[in-house]
Design a protein around this ligand. Structure first.
Ligand code: CP
Length: 307
């Protein structure tokens, strides 16, 4: 039975380990050519109230590749929000035009609010600094492709852990798979205490560091790097204090060991040197490309085109 049909995808907190395995296995099937046209006769709304390259375009590519149709906007300034329409009224309207909707919004909780108003499945494509579940789905698929397993990995999660929604979602998922997690960030950009408390209550093993060099003897499987989320800082000086504070290059890989795989949700600014791109350690563009089959699988599942 498909437990995804008609379901909203808002937060990793709502998901079980079985759900995550379903996404990973269906994505693998998509990559081998199964489930062609799983979105035939389906129409997907793509509503981006905040900038995006990978998430929006890979969702749109996923729909087209699966035989569906997609419409929407990349700039809310071209919508009737500009005339003063409320978010709820926009969602209540668009729900009548589509079979599922994908929403990115700068405000935490916007996708949850949309799901309470919409009568079709709502997929959170990132809500403020809160969650980015579909990024985690493609991260998990990429990890599984690379390591052949999801359980018992040792992962350094580095960068802006305060405002980075991708790492908030990823941390929930990796906890389900019994990962050992090392959080690496400047003190002002630590993982939120609510997430750390949650991990402690579940007995999940984690440590905190302020620089990746501290992980040199840890034999990390993965270093997951993130950008400092400039757009989330209320005070520009607070951003300047932490901007350009770390950079992963070939010497970092030599220190961490050749086994380490470097992941990043992208976009990057300057936190990974371009010289890393050509190494076998870099798998961030593979991640970006896995966004298409992962989102094909998810949309097929929630609209019932995949069982
Ligand atoms: N990883 C990610 O969310 O990238 P975009 O902001 O380009 O969608």
């Amino acid at each position: 039975m498909n437990s995804f049909k008609d379901r909203d995808m808002i937060s990793l907190r709502d998901m079980t380990i079985d759900d995550l395995w379903t996404i990973v296995s269906r994505t693998g099937e998509i990559k081998t050519g199964k489930h062609r046209d799983c979105l035939k006769d389906k129409t997907i709304a793509s509503l981006f109230f905040e900038p995006s390259t990978r998430t929006r375009l890979s969702f749109e590519s996923a729909v087209v590749k699966s035989g569906g149709s997609v419409f929407g906007f990349a700039d809310p300034g071209s919508s009737s929000q500009k005339k003063g329409e409320s978010f709820s009224d926009s969602i209540r309207t668009v729900t009548g035009y589509c079979d599922a909707m994908v929403i990115r919004h700068p405000v935490e909780g916007a996708a949850r609010l949309a799901s309470e108003v919409a009568t079709v499945p709502v997929i959170n494509a990132g809500d403020g600094a809160n969650q980015h579940p579909t990024q985690t789905f493609l991260d998990l698929f990429t990890i599984y492709e690379e390591f052949g397993r999801l359980k018992n990995l040792k992962i350094g999660i580095m960068g802006d852990l305060k405002y980075g929604r991708t790492v908030h979602s990823l941390t929930h998922a990796m906890a389900l798979f019994d990962a050992e997690m090392i959080f690496i960030s400047p003190p002002s950009l630590k993982m939120p205490s609510t997430i750390l408390s949650d991990l402690s209550e579940k007995g999940v093993s984690f440590r905190t560091l302020i620089a990746p060099e501290g992980a040199a003897d840890m034999n990390l499987d993965i270093l997951y790097v993130t950008r400092i989320q400039k757009e989330r800082f209320g005070d520009p000086q607070e951003y300047k204090n932490v901007a350009h504070g770390y950079r992963i290059d070939k010497s970092t890989i030599a220190a961490l060991g050749e086994q380490v795989r470097i992941m990043h949700p992208l976009p990057r600014v300057d936190e990974i040197a371009e010289e890393v791109d050509e190494t076998p350690n870099a798998i961030y563009f593979t991640q970006a490309h896995n966004g298409v089959p992962t989102r094909q699988a998810l949309l097929g599942l929630v609209t019932g085109g995949i069982n």
